[in-house]
Each structure stands twice: as C-alpha cells, then as structure tokens.
Design a protein. Sequence first.
Length: 415
Amino acid sequence: MLLSATPIPVESATRIAPKVAAQIRPEIQALHPQLVTWRRQLHQNPELGFREEQTAALITHCLESWGIDYQTGIAKTGIVATIASTRPGPVLAIRADMDGLPIQELNEVPYRSQRAGVMHACGHDGHVAIALGTVYYLSQHRDDFVGTVKILFQPAEEGPGGAKPMIEAGVLENPRVNNIIGLHLWNNLPLGTVGVRAGAQMAGVETFHCTLKGKGGHGAIPHQTIDAIVVGAQIINALQTIVARNVNPLESAVVTIGEFHAGSAHNVIADSAYLSGTIRYFNPAFKGFFYQRIDSIIKGVCQCHGASYDLNYWEQYPPLVNNAQMVDLVRSVAEQVVETPAGVVPECQTMAAEDMAFFLQAVPGCYFFLGSANLEQGSAYPHHHPRFDFDESVLSMGVEMFVRCVEVYGHRFSP
C-alpha cells in the first residue's frame, strides 16, 4: 500500500494463535494477513498528533478503493467513514486513534519504525488496522447488521487531544450518533482476554507547571536569601497530603510530581525552582477540586517564606465513564469471542487517561481493553516502552469483537 517502500514480510504472523482462532469467523481469519500488513506499514511510519498525513492517506486510499463514503481533514487529519446497512436503524460509532509517540524504538523487528524518535508504542497502529478491517468486512456484509456505522479515525490522542475538536467539528452529527464503542489493545492483559467495566474505567487527568521565585545568594549566608529549593521541597511534601488527608480513602486519586529543577552550583542558594506534576482521579466530582487545593498549598508555603509563584494548571481529559447498557452489550459479545468466561475481566481499571472520554461524555458508550500481551513471544512490554509490541493475533480478534458488537447492537437497540 501507500506507506511501504519495500515489501513487508508477514508470513510469520499470518497464523492466528489457536487460543483465539476458534471463535473468529473464516472471513475475518482470511483477512488476517492484510490486517498484519496494514499494522506493520503503520508501525514503520509512525506520526505524531495532528501530523498523521501518511496514515490518513493510507486510510483514505482503502476507503476509496472500497467505495466507502468518508470525510477527511477533520481536526486536521481525522477521518470519518460511514457504512449504512440495507436496513435502517440506530447509528453506532466506532473510534480508532492514529498517532504515535516521541519515543525511539528499540525493537529489532523487520517492521521497526523508520522515523527517528517516533514510535507506535501504544498500539494505535493496531487500532487503525482493526478499524480498517471492520470497515471492509461491514461493507461486504451490509445485510448482516441493522442501522448505520460511523468509523472515527482520530488524531492526537497522546496529546494534545483530537477527540474534542472532532466532536466540535460535528462528527457525531449527520447522521446523529446514538452510541459509541472503542477498544484499546492492552499489554496489561494476556492475549485472549477482554477487560470491561461499567462506570469509570480510566482516569481524568490534569496537569500543572509551577515556577517558584525566591531570592538567591551565597550558600554560607542563607539569611540574606529566600531559598527556592527549600520552598519547593516543602510544597512537594505538602501536596502529598491532598490525597492522604483531603480525599475519601474509599476514592482513588493520585498526585505525582514528575519534575523538580533548581540550582546551578553547590554553594549557591537558588533564586528560582520549577516543578510540574500530574493529577489522576476517577470521580468526575473532583473536577476543579485539585486545582483549588494545589493553588492554596503553593500560595500558603510561598507566603510563609516570602516567595512568589506562577502556576499554570489545565484540565486535559475527564474520567472515562462507560454506560452500563453498552458495557452489557460488549460483555455479552466478549463472552462469545474469548476462550472461557474467565477471559472477561470485569473490574479492569487504570489511572491512565484517554480522550475517548470526551466521546463518552457526548453519547453513551463503552471503551474496553483487548488483551494483547504474549510473554512467550516477547510481546509483553508495557505501553510507552521503547520495546512495546503485541501479539498480532489480536488484530483479528479486534475485528471480530467490533463486527459482533455492530450485529448485536442493531438488533438490540432498534426501535
């Protein structure tokens, strides 16, 4: 296809692992080599958020060759494909994110990234391949489902976020989307499992940067200074009391300080310091709470020492909250696709965040995890690791999950 400069060998991955193959229909099994090819082409050519031009070109090339209606250039590089059944009914959206990460890949595989410092280290290449396979299958089987399916190829999930601008561009309208589903390949679960739960599945995320301003001086004459390092150290310790003493212990929340920079010499008291952090929580009621507490603590400590500060604080993604009815649909499908009922992990949560949350705020839906790790194959590194990879058998499993969800959804939710 468009992205590959040379043929990509896929023979070693064209067979689906026996543990998942039994419940995958023959037509999707036959599509598996193509799914692997798409995924490897995308993996070799990762692109950062809002720069997914070649990725979008591959997608539109496929859609055009299949005669699928689509819109492109949404939120810069986003694409929406629409497939109508032969029978009218509700509208279901399926979301797939497209972007890579600013990571140098360390995997020694034929399909390793060809772009220095950029890598698909979170499975988005697999998400696009699964979505393309779903589009193709549904376009060839329009009599087998009811209603309309909109496939949303979304840019910039890793930041600054493409879901919200896609919604603002009207992707949930014309026709109006009734419900939405999506999946994330998940190396925290083994191949052949599905993680899904009603309610909050992923965390809301907020971020802050803060510059502290003191008064520098000689390390031997501290009384003439306002030590920005001492101020910063006290702030960092005090911020940990927010979760420990202000959050109900039955709730889950995290305040992490990831950066603290100050000083230039062993005998110089720093006149400024910089710190930044991330906040995570499941309960949407916490919106605004952490900003107030963080600002109050920083202000109080600075006042005690005569320092000043500049605080930049912003809300990135809200908590990802699944609708109970849509979770029931996905769970019922998963129980047909995974090897045993034990393969459905019912209380699968993570403090990681996802801008799929904005879609789920707009329409009821379900986002689920599809286990993709294979220890024997060496594909079990965590997400965002420079050696991240996954068992490509999960690609066919993802298409089967989406197709079955579409088929069940149209009948279950038709008027």
